[in-house]
Design a protein around this ligand. Structure first.
Ligand code: AHR
Length: 551
């Protein structure tokens, strides 16, 4: 339906008439948002706003780690500007060391005196023709300068909870126990606690979140679900907890593979039952990596370009990212068949648009890509989906923090800038810890041409949460050309005032660069209260936030 036809033909009309005694909707509006204060869907875990850092390309070396002796401003070798920005977005949790890297990583290589740490081949050196071997950089040969102590210090400096991924493919379960012991055993207790103290960390790190392998159907061991379930039992049946409320996260499916989930949960919960209250997370990954519109399933050929794209690619990318809500619903339904109380929640620990190579800022940045305003909308609609499913998703970490797939920051040596994704995380931080509220968006779909055939995508969507007497509403207008003239009504309280922020750009390819680091940034967004509703013009191709104070 076209936007201008909307008022005449929408099914919403009936709803508007029904509501007309309570609120007067202005006829100038073409979209409506209703927030129901008395319909909370649970608390939005701050941990939905986490980040992921893996030893790939320029993420750790160049991105996070610059070294103590660097001229680049640093704290204990960690890039200080990154720490500052992470505090701005109130980063709650960070995942490390992978990803696929985790299942080839021996944590013992990364502790002890740095000069004695071994150099190993990085998992991501696996290019078939060994074309990069001459580089000899840390992206190919891992120097282990950045290990457990350095990552946990990084988390502490940024104010984040650590989430470590254990190696299930190539290390025994006892080594995992020892990693927990190294991190969490009391000061002066074990040999590993003494090694930790020698490195300058006498007190335990008290790491709570542990992933048990990663993508165990693929790079993490190529297991069948039953085999992985058996390994998962073995790795998690006895872990020293040292009084820490451990949260164990199992490796979920490839995409939305329901079969993996059924067969894993069947093995865990049926027959010889598994009882472990610490098993609280089921990991899912969702990359928007195929933009071929059904032309190919090839991993490389199916990818789109980060910077060169048409309007159809804009909408298709958003549609691909939007599938995350379907995956959340489908996986939740299967898990509920085995765990009806839903003790185990979803952990979306990798997500984002994944484009073909070519826009990385430096050749060493494997999987590095530019981030446009399109990606900001993709990230925002994903975060909105998490907020709307606050009772189902307990943790989410964006892949990945810096110099990688859906980065918040791009940097090389002494140059650094924030991508549009950083601004989205900064805007959305207001949701952390709020009560997720049922919110209805009514807007005409956006119409576009998909290879000569008409296609459509929703015209407005978002989420709302409440903390005290402030309601935070975030929304995405995907329409490349049309603003959305929206009215916002809050059911259950009157609106006193509101303040708004928008991230928008008239150029769909807009992105930040070293030369122009503020090409995409936020700006204030006007709104006005009249007749009990809030009126706001939501710009085309935008992410917006309204902070609405209730009277
Ligand atoms: O984020 C890059 C890679 O994508 C991760 O290492 C892996 O888990 C996924 O396939």
């Amino acid at each position: 339906m076209e936007r201008r036809q909307f008022l005449k033909t929408s099914a919403l009309t009936a709803g508007v008439l029904a509501l007309s005694n309570k609120r007067a909707w202005a006829t100038s509006a073409d979209s409506r948002i209703e927030i129901f204060l008395d319909e909370s869907k649970g608390q939005i875990s701050p941990n939905l706003y986490g980040q992921f850092t893996e030893h790939i390309g320029g993420v750790i070396y160049d991105g996070v780690w610059v070294g103590e002796k660097s001229k680049i401003r640093n704290q204990f070798g960690i890039r200080a500007e990154l720490i500052d920005r992470l505090k701005e977005i109130q980063v709650p949790i960070m995942r490390w060391p992978g990803g696929c890297f985790a299942d080839s990583y021996d944590w013992k290589d990364g502790i002890g005196p740095v000069s004695e740490r071994p150099v190993r081949t990085n998992f991501w050196e696996v290019d078939g023709d060994a074309a990069r071997l001459h580089e000899k950089g840390p992206q190919i040969f891992e120097p282990n300068t950045f290990g457990t102590n350095e990552f946990l210090r990084f988390c502490k400096l940024a104010g984040a909870e650590p989430y470590l991924a254990a190696n299930l493919r190539s290390l025994p379960a006892l080594s995992f126990d020892h990693w927990v012991e190294y991190c969490n055993s009391p000061a002066g207790s074990t040999t590993l606690a003494k090694m930790r103290a020698e490195a300058g960390f006498p007190d335990p790190f008290n790491v709570k979140f542990w992933g048990i392998g990663n993508e165990s159907w693929g790079c993490g061991g190529n297991f069948a679900p039953e085999e992985y379930a058996s390994e998962f039992r073995r790795f998690t049946t006895w872990i020293p907890n040292f009084g820490v409320d451990l949260q164990l996260i199992a490796a979920g499916p490839n995409g939305n593979d329901i079969d993996w989930t059924h067969r894993f949960f069947d093995q865990i919960f049926t027959g010889h039952a598994y009882h472990n209250a610490s098993f609280t997370g089921w990991s899912i990954h969702h990359y928007a990596s195929n933009l071929s519109r059904g032309k190919t399933k090839d991993w490389v050929l199916g990818k789109g370009d980060a910077l060169k794209f048409d309007p159809v690619d804009w909408y298709e990318l958003l549609r691909e990212c939007d599938r995350v809500e379907r995956i959340i619903g489908d996986q939740w339904a299967v898990m509920g068949q085995y765990d009806p109380q839903h003790h185990i929640k979803l952990v979306v620990d990798e997500y984002g648009p994944w484009y073909r190579e070519g826009t990385e800022l430096d050749p060493t940045h494997i999987f590095g890509q530019q981030v446009t305003v399109r990606d900001a909308l993709a990230t925002a609609l994903t975060l909105d989906a998490f907020n709307r499913n606050a009772e189902k998703v307990s943790v989410a970490t964006c892949a990945q923090l810096v110099n990688n797939i859906n980065a918040l920051f791009l940097c090389h040596e002494d140059r650094f800038f924030s991508t549009p994704n950083f601004h989205v995380f900064k805007m959305y931080a207001a949701h952390q810890g709020g009560q997720s509220l049922r919110t209805e968006f009514s807007a005409p779909d956006v119409q576009y041409d998909r290879d000569g055939k008409p296609a459509s995508f929703w015209g407005l969507n978002g989420s709302a949460s409440r903390k005290g007497n402030v309601v935070t509403l975030t929304a995405v207008n995907p329409d490349l050309t049309q603003p959305s003239q929206a009215q916002v009504a809050i059911r259950g309280a009157a609106i006193a005032r509101s303040s708004g922020t928008a991230l928008a750009n008239a150029d769909m390819h807009a992105h930040n660069t070293f030369e122009n680091p503020d090409a995409v940034k936020t700006a204030p967004l006007d709104s006005s209260v009249s007749g009990g509703v809030l009126n706001v013009s939501i710009p085309p191709a935008s992410v917006i936030k309204l902070e609405i104070t209730l009277s």
